[in-house]
Design a protein around this ligand. Structure first.
Ligand SMILES: *[C@@H]1O[C@H](CO)[C@@H](O)[C@H](O)[C@H]1NC(C)=O
Ligand SMILES: *[C@@H]1O[C@H](CO)[C@@H](O)[C@H](O)[C@H]1NC(C)=O
Ligand SMILES: *[C@@H]1O[C@H](CO)[C@@H](O)[C@H](O)[C@H]1NC(C)=O
Ligand SMILES: *[C@@H]1O[C@H](CO)[C@@H](O)[C@H](O)[C@H]1NC(C)=O
Ligand SMILES: *[C@@H]1O[C@H](CO)[C@@H](O)[C@H](O)[C@H]1NC(C)=O
Ligand SMILES: *[C@@H]1O[C@H](CO)[C@@H](O)[C@H](O)[C@H]1NC(C)=O
Ligand SMILES: *[C@@H]1O[C@H](CO)[C@@H](O)[C@H](O)[C@H]1NC(C)=O
Length: 486
């Protein structure tokens, strides 16, 4: 009895101490006794999600450590987002390549009685994640990284973050803008349902903009009709020496295996989609970390030379949106509106970053080696679900900055300061300086890209929004491998 009562007394004393207020103690210390308050491993640097280029599940950008919330004394008074569709199935042409490579691998005359071995042992049981061709090109709906789920969750998260910007006036329509590809429209709808909840049915007017190049500059997907700097993009090899190392290893483990470096490249690409659909992939461990680093670099090259600063005309393409949003920011929330939720493709967003002067290396990405650190990591710039957010901040004065309006860019939930302008609170740029910098540097889209006079020369749709709800839902059955709805 005495023993028990003294145990109870000790427990009570411990509980008293534990209940006491401990300043600055992370909350998870209570949930995981013995957990380190600061993780020492930084394993995230090796996350597979960072080596899949723009094809794999969404992940936040690795941050510089700048706070995501508005800086002290600042409030977001206007937000402008452009995001990509969510995780998806491969395009039909890409899915066909995956199926060809798989057929080739399965048809190998393996000396080991036809069974796969080594790191391909799982292939004796593996089944495809693409049994139904109808879904190709569409958002994924299954697994932890389902594109439809991610878009809905994103809307819910942003309601918490930016909900104060919705005035909630019954009968007043909030326009949302999307380009006309089925998976993008679907992403916009899911985001809208997440953000507005039940009120999606009464307060949102989804504006669908054709992706056709005759839209000229009045588009979320402007094209560079006459791009005279596209050669490098077309000639990228999609090859790294590390793929041959993988070929050698897999053939040693599986004598008779029919596989080459191109097949390895395609199988690694397939992993991204298996994650989008299934959430895990046995193929990941068939390749080494170094091979994944090499694969990731092929994807960086692709975006850099095809839709980034490696094509000298891409900044002009991105200038369309950079210029239009500059006007929205200067008109401000009262005149222009408080929230702009826009949806388009990956290759429509990377040119905007170039126009804004972000991730523009001082020399071109090399083809013969991988630069470390890498100035253009597409896994951090534009994974599936990637989003570029412009926040207009209304700030009180601080010890070093005046009361003013500032602008901050948040890419995949990480604050990205402008290289030439970061003197504001939270490393933001004053709206006045941002405006001056962009007016100095934005190239002209219509002359650079040869836009015909009969096509719209400026982006106008933000100021001509529709209030019809006819596109808020699918008007009919969604067809097989559906693409353009307009
Ligand atoms: C700015 O200062 C005013 C006056 O002190 C205060 O009411 C307001 O909440 C401040 N704004 C922010 C965003 O902190
Ligand atoms: C496997 O063997 C069959 C029968 O000998 C042959 O037709 C086929 O071409 C071989 N495949 C490969 C990949 O060598
Ligand atoms: C949102 O929906 C609820 C339920 O229908 C309704 O009571 C409320 O007025 C709506 N809010 C707005 C801003 O339309
Ligand atoms: C605007 O509304 C009209 C009439 O309903 C419709 O035909 C048109 O497609 C809509 N435009 C956009 C951009 O949603
Ligand atoms: C690998 O094989 C495919 C045919 O299965 C072929 O198209 C491709 O060019 C080959 N790649 C290399 C590097 O030989
Ligand atoms: C704006 O630019 C001026 C002149 O370059 C500079 O002195 C000032 O610090 C900048 N302000 C901010 C907030 O970036
Ligand atoms: C930006 O748009 C305005 C009209 O809103 C136009 O006058 C100006 O020339 C545009 N600048 C560029 C670089 O496109």
């Amino acid at each position: 009895m005495r023993a028990l009562s003294s145990i109870v007394a000790i427990a009570a004393a411990v509980a008293t101490v534990a209940d006491g207020f401990t300043p600055n103690k992370p909350s998870y210390i209570d949930r995981y006794p013995g957990a380190k308050p600061f993780d020492q491993s930084f394993l995230e640097g090796y996350s597979i999600l960072k080596h899949l280029g723009g094809q794999g599940p969404y992940s936040n950008r690795r941050s510089y450590g700048i706070g995501r919330d508005p800086p002290d004394g600042c409030a977001v008074d206007q937000v402008i987002m452009l995001r990509r569709h969510g995780e998806r199935y491969p395009e039909p042409a890409v899915a066909a390549v995956f199926n060809d490579v798989l057929a080739k691998v399965y048809a190998s005359n393996l000396t080991n009685g036809g069974a796969f071995g080594g790191s391909l042992e799982f292939l004796n049981r593996w089944e495809t994640f693409m049994p139904n061709e109808g879904y190709w090109a569409l958002e994924s709906y299954s697994g932890p990284y389902a594109g439809l789920l991610e878009a809905y969750g994103h809307g819910v998260e942003y309601r918490i973050r930016y909900g104060h910007l919705w005035d909630q006036e019954p009968g007043v329509m909030v326009p949302m803008f999307t380009s006309s590809y089925e998976r993008i429209v679907q992403t916009a709808r899911k985001f809208g349902e997440g953000f507005f909840g039940w009120n999606y049915t009464t307060s949102v007017a989804l504006n669908v903009l054709s992706e056709d190049e005759t839209m000229g500059a009045n588009s979320l997907t402007p094209a560079c009709v006459h791009d005279d700097d596209y050669e490098m993009c077309k000639s990228l090899p999609g090859y790294m020496p590390q793929f041959d190392v993988a070929v050698d290893r897999l053939k040693t483990q599986n004598p008779g295996l029919d596989i080459n470096a191109t097949d390895v490249f395609n199988l690694m690409k397939m992993v991204a989609y298996e994650l989008n659909v299934r959430g895990h992939s046995d193929w990941i461990d068939a390749f080494s970390l170094d091979e994944w680093t090499a694969f990731g670099y092929t994807q960086n090259l692709d975006f850099y030379y095809c839709a980034g600063p490696g094509d000298k005309n891409m900044a002009a393409v991105g200038a369309v949106y950079a210029n239009a949003t500059l006007l929205l920011l200067n008109q401000g929330p009262e005149k222009a509106g408080k929230m702009f939720w826009n949806f388009a493709h990956d290759t429509n967003i990377t040119p905007i970053l170039s126009a804004l002067g972000l991730f523009v290396p001082s020399s071109h990405l090399p083809l013969d080696r991988i630069p470390f650190p890498n100035p253009y990591e597409i896994g951090d710039i534009m994974p599936m679900g990637g989003r570029l957010v412009m926040e207009r901040l209304s700030c009180n004065s601080t010890a070093v900055t005046p009361q003013d309006t500032y602008v901050r860019l948040v890419l995949n939930e990480a604050v990205v300061p402008f290289p030439d302008c970061q003197e504001g609170p939270g490393f933001s740029c004053s709206l006045a300086n941002y405006t001056r910098l962009l007016e100095e540097k934005l190239p002209d889209y219509t002359t650079t890209c040869g836009i015909p006079e009969e096509s719209p020369q400026y982006l106008k749709f933000f100021w001509e929004a529709n209030t019809t709800q006819e596109w808020n839902w699918d008007p009919k059955v969604i067809p097989y491998q559906w693409s353009f709805i307009l």
